[in-house]
Design a protein. Structure first.
Length: 269
């Protein structure tokens, strides 16, 4: 779920992309090296950077509590991932390949009877074939060779692999203010730094977070601080409101077959 830290991380990445469009191996847009990070700067480190002609850009949440903006009905949403284990059928034989990582279910349907196996840590296609063969022997004659199992006399034979899906539900939506502060050694670098960030962010209506959700980005203002007590410091703050969701996520299995017989026992689904 996204929280303040996720928003700050996302904004930090966007600021870095704005100031280093060609990557950190190239020069920054304003010219000097830029240190971009979350939180308030350390005074001694900031003074040293300013003296060396370097720029600091900080990202942190505003002091206000924000506000709740929940207005959408709670709904579950998911997209099924592609399995990493593969399966193919040829005649009366089923062959497995790929990677038998956890979080997958593989099944075979033999003349109306289904057999399913959930992958475990350390599984291989060969172990999956052996495990399914053991289950299917309750109703058929099954032989195994490597990652291929063969069912004697099978008429209708179907095999499938599905992967667990992460299902998310938004339970709350909130809006909070975030401040991007440009701490620069000269007015020229301050102007160039703030302009590059603002121009880049002004083209974005939504910003992505690590959990797959997005937040709505809104510009709310600019403040300038040319502090007389520090002749080396020229600062401009850009403030943005970010509306982002709080979600809960659970892992759900996908269905292989329905209204059949599972592992030789009657199943109603």
């Amino acid at each position: 779920m996204a929280d303040e830290s996720d928003v700050e991380v996302a904004l930090t990445g966007l600021v870095s992309a704005a100031l280093y469009p060609d990557g950190t191996g190239a020069a920054s847009v304003p010219g000097p090296d830029c240190h971009i990070y979350r939180g308030w700067p350390n005074s001694a480190a900031l003074d040293a950077d300013l003296t060396a002609g370097k720029i600091n850009v900080t990202v942190f949440a505003g002091v206000g509590a924000g506000r709740t903006t929940t207005r959408y009905a709670e709904q579950w949403g998911a997209s099924a991932p592609a399995p990493t284990l593969t399966v193919s059928v040829s005649g009366t034989s089923v062959t497995f390949g790929g990677n038998a990582t956890t979080g997958q279910v593989v099944g075979i349907l033999v003349d109306g009877r289904s057999y399913a196996y959930r992958t475990q840590g350390g599984d291989t296609p060969e172990l999956v074939a052996a495990s399914l063969a053991s289950l299917a022997r309750s109703g058929s004659i099954v032989s195994v060779s490597g990652s291929t199992l063969t069912i004697a006399g099978a008429g209708d034979l179907l095999a499938r692999v599905v992967a667990d899906a992460t299902v998310q539900r938004e339970v709350r939506r909130q809006e909070k203010s975030f401040r991007i502060s440009c701490w620069c050694p000269t007015p020229t670098t301050r102007d160039a730094t703030a302009a590059a960030i603002d121009q880049s962010l002004s083209t974005m209506f939504f910003i992505p977070f690590a959990d797959g959700t997005c937040g709505r980005l809104t510009y709310t203002g600019t403040s300038e601080f040319d502090q007389s007590q520090n002749a080396k410091l020229f600062r401009r703050d850009l403030t943005y409101g970010v509306e982002y969701p709080t979600v809960i996520a659970v892992s759900e299995p996908a269905m292989l077959f329905g209204n059949l017989v599972l592992n030789a026992a009657t199943l109603t689904a």
